[in-house]
Design a protein around this ligand. Structure first.
Ligand SMILES: Nc1ncnc2c1ncn2[C@@H]1O[C@H](COP(=O)(O)OP(=O)(O)O)[C@@H](O)[C@H]1O
Ligand SMILES: O=C(CO)[C@H](O)[C@H](O)COP(=O)(O)O
Length: 563
């Protein structure tokens, strides 16, 4: 039999990346990135319609553009015969969701509805449904809903039900017109196969679905809003199927635009961070996988269902069959560094970086590496995009403390790197001291490849060894592995994701080890971080929320004046 291959496509926040991998050993034969033409839509729709605060949308055509561009590109570079490509899998940011009509078309592609922002794809980091999430949590708590502890005590505004409820409240006509609400990962798979299948991973982590209990009861939805009573039977209808299941064969029209063979197995959708776990060879407890990019998702396997404060969720078989999959996360990490570089760095840094033939991030990293832990005298809270774990509050915001007239940009940059590491330490501790041990860390995503100082700080702050992915596109590799599982062992693929991980998953040989002196100093700084975390994060001082309210009032007064 010829060597067999699979394709994985990782749909990120800014771009989609496809890889073609050999099923012999997971070698990435070719990869290609397609930036989304419309990027993340935060201020106004392409037609000019203005968006509110905390909105983040995407254009669904951009996902199809990734298929159209990246698949032919990897076929061309690799020169692999399409006959030997037996499976395809995708992973996506989540909860990234959209309303579709009866034919499966996004409502925003209807010109009558396109000017309504609620007809568009809501990206995971759309945070404008916080009011709904807060109310949902209050009602769930009053009713003693069993699902709440499985989500660390709080359902996030990033997730499906809060987003659907926001649509219902603010655009009841869009809610009415939506035949279904779907995760973007399931929608793209439906375009690939002409078959809409809901995957158990996004349903479990993002839509409060449980393997034994199903979705929350009608009575719960009715308590939220009587109009939501039958939302599960109507707009969330359809079977929920396990990861690695084949959604169907590749549709002929997609085969035509991509150059792939019609009918090859396409796996049901998956989530980016979750797909990365088997791609690093992680199929057992004790190993926390961090998908480190614009944000961080922390993934961990456990043998039993435990309550952990502020985790995003625990889902049986949610990552690897046979285990409880735990997820937590930080809603901004690389994005915080990007904010600093784009919006707050003085011009001379750009000039010096240019003279040194370096990027601004690299230049700042090099300067920041000259400081010892504690030497900057500053500390930050990493809440530039709210807090996902353990506080689960998107209304929180950033804080920098200790700056003086002598503070340099590289010191602030270092403090921001450290703040994100402290945020991860909170998450590690929350699991480790609540019966889900974390012995070592595994890192993938863009950041471990880009910033060595950041990775050393993470090892020092958490006092744990970090193993780094040996793949350029780890989630896409994982997605390809699920594609090969969907194809099945008899067709040259695999019978289980564990076998696929054994053969194809990998990490680099060199590990990042904590440095004992740094560990000691960071322990002190972490205590300071924890004090600030409790003070500003648990209601002792709600200044961040008050500032947001003042801002909203001030903004509405400006709008009134200009109208
Ligand atoms: N040298 C660097 N050090 C730290 N962060 C960086 C560096 N270069 C880019 N970044 C940040 O990395 C993030 C992109 O990460 P990446 O994993 O490539 O993307 P994504 O999260 O969309 O998958 C951006 O937020 C960017 O600001
Ligand atoms: O919540 C998620 C997964 O559960 C998002 O997909 C994730 O945070 C976005 O990832 P990235 O920053 O790597 O694009």
């Amino acid at each position: 039999m010829n060597e067999k291959y699979a394709i994985g496509i990782d749909f990120g926040s800014e771009s989609g990346r496809a890889v073609l991998v050999s099923l012999k050993d997971g070698t990435e034969v070719a990869d290609h990135v397609t930036p989304y033409p419309h990027g993340v839509i935060t201020e106004h729709l392409p037609s000019g319609v203005e968006l509110g605060m905390e909105w983040a949308l995407q254009h669904p055509d951009d996902y199809i553009e990734v298929l159209r561009k990246s698949i032919p590109a990897i076929l061309k570079t690799s020169q692999v015969n399409p006959i030997d490509i037996i499976g395809l899998g995708i992973d996506f940011t989540a909860c990234t969701m959209l309303p579709i009509d009866k034919e499966g078309n996004p409502l925003c592609s209807d010109s009558q509805l396109a000017d309504n922002p609620h007809s568009w794809v809501k990206l995971w980091k759309h945070h404008a449904a916080q009011e709904e999430a807060t109310q949902l949590n209050e009602i769930a708590e009053q009713r003693g809903e069993r699902f709440l502890p499985r989500y660390g005590g709080k359902i996030s505004s990033e997730w499906m039900i809060a987003k659907i409820w926001q649509i219902l409240k603010e655009a009841p006509d869009i809610y009415e017109k939506a035949d279904q609400f779907v995760e973007a990962t399931d929608w793209v798979v439906s375009k690939l196969t002409n078959n809409l299948k809901r995957n158990s991973c996004t349903a479990g982590y993002k839509a409060i679905w449980h393997k034994q209990d199903g979705y929350p009861s009608e009575a719960f939805f009715e308590a939220l809003d009587p109009r939501l009573k039958d939302v599960v039977k109507t707009k969330l209808r359809g079977d929920v199927v396990p990861l690695g299941t084949a959604a169907g064969g590749l549709a002929p029209d997609i085969a035509r635009i991509t150059g792939l063979t019609p009918g090859i197995a396409v796996a049901v959708g998956n989530v980016d961070a979750h797909a990365a776990v088997p791609a690093m060879g992680v199929v057992s407890p004790g190993k926390m996988v961090m998908a480190m990019g614009t944000s961080i998702c922390h993934m961990l396997l456990g043998m039993e269902e435990r309550d952990v404060e502020g985790m995003c969720g625990v889902v049986e078989d949610g990552i690897i069959p046979g285990f409880y999959g735990y997820e937590a996360g930080q809603s901004a990490v690389g994005d915080i560094f990007a904010w600093f570089v784009d919006k707050a760095v003085p011009g001379y840094v750009y000039e010096d970086a240019k003279k040194a033939n370096m990027g601004v991030h690299q230049w700042l990293e090099k300067q920041a590496a000259n400081y010892k832990p504690g030497e900057t005298g500053i500390i930050a809270l990493d809440w530039w995009n709210g807090n996902r774990s353990v506080l689960v509050d998107t209304e929180l915001s950033g804080l920098l403390i200790g700056a003086t007239l002598q503070t340099k940009p590289e010191e602030i940059y270092r403090a921001l790197l450290e703040a994100t590491a402290f945020g991860t330490r909170k998450i590690v501790d929350a699991f480790h001291y609540n019966g889900v041990p974390v012995e070592e860390l595994y890192a993938c995503g863009g950041l471990p490849q880009k910033n060595r100082l950041l990775m050393q700080i993470y090892a020092d702050v958490t006092n744990r060894t970090i193993k780094v992915a040996d793949s350029k596109q780890t989630p896409a590799l994982g997605a390809a592995m699920f594609g090969a599982v969907a194809a099945g062992g008899d067709n040259g693929g695999f019978d289980s994701i564990v076998t696929a991980a054994d053969r194809m998953g990998r990490v680099k040989e060199e590990f990042i080890e904590p440095i004992p002196d740094n560990v000691q100093m960071y322990e002190k700084l972490y205590q300071e971080y924890s004090r600030l975390h409790e003070h500003f994060g648990r209601g002792e001082n709600n200044v961040m929320k008050r500032l947001k309210t003042i801002k909203a009032h001030a903004k509405s007064r400006v709008t009134m004046k200009t109208n």
